[in-house]
Ligand binder design. Sequence first.
Ligand SMILES: Nc1ncnc2c1ncn2[C@@H]1O[C@H](COP(=O)(O)OP(=O)(O)OP(=O)(O)O)[C@@H](O)[C@H]1O
Ligand SMILES: [Mg+2]
Length: 245
Amino acid sequence: MTSGTQKKITGSTAVNTTAVSTDLSANLRRLDRLANLGLVSASVAHEIKNGLVAIGTFVEMLAEKGEDKEMTEVVRRELRRINALTSQMLRYSAPKPAAFTKVRTHELLDHSLRLLEHQMSGRLITLKREYHAAPDLIHGEEAQLQQAFMNLFLNAVEAVGSNGEVCVTTGNNGAHLQVSVRDSGPGIPQENLSRLFEPFFTTKKNGTGLGLAISQRIIEEHRGQIEVRSETGKGSVFVVSLPHE
Ligand SMILES: Nc1ncnc2c1ncn2[C@@H]1O[C@H](COP(=O)(O)OP(=O)(O)OP(=O)(O)O)[C@@H](O)[C@H]1O
Ligand SMILES: [Mg+2]
């Protein structure tokens, strides 16, 4: 899978439009990752805390057996310290109590897509919008939802590379609003499908493998879910379902 022919721009004399758009998209990606960082440290802290519970239980079992009291005490103290540190990490990096508001999904999607339009047309990628959801209102935090969709759009564009199509479709499905992001890229091999949402799973040379993990977390925080269907050679579609407002 290629992420296209992005040129690195050195110096400040890049004036032709292709270079400017590449620079913009590189900046967007950097911003995107920065915004992801808070969520990542929160989820790492969370995982560490879960692991500590198991270790703590094991240490208490050893303590009850009266084995190596001195060492048990040292480990206990270290556990308390790591626990306090991770709690602090969680407090600082966990998303603030989400500022949920009414969100107009189509506006939100358009806003994110606008940031990528230039990049897409430069690579001869046709962007199709098929907005059928009515109403399109959901209850959520705009910035986070935008982040979640942006990760999907970036993946779609990266998968297509050049000369292809990205199609964003919305619709209503009972109490849920659905957003599908379909691309005409190479598709996802069966053996990777179950690993896509794992943090740090990536097949890209410069990927961090965090995009989908973050998107999934955000969507789940909005009581929604995200699914993927793909076949090698036939492109991929990511479907996000979110409860209506
Ligand atoms: N639309 C897609 N088509 C094909 N493969 C995809 C698509 N979206 C995701 N993938 C696969 O899933 C992997 C994980 O995606 P994810 O967005 O989490 O990380 P990344 O894109 O590799 O890196 P990052 O998003 O951090 O820059 C990708 O490396 C790629 O192999
Ligand atoms: Mg990605």
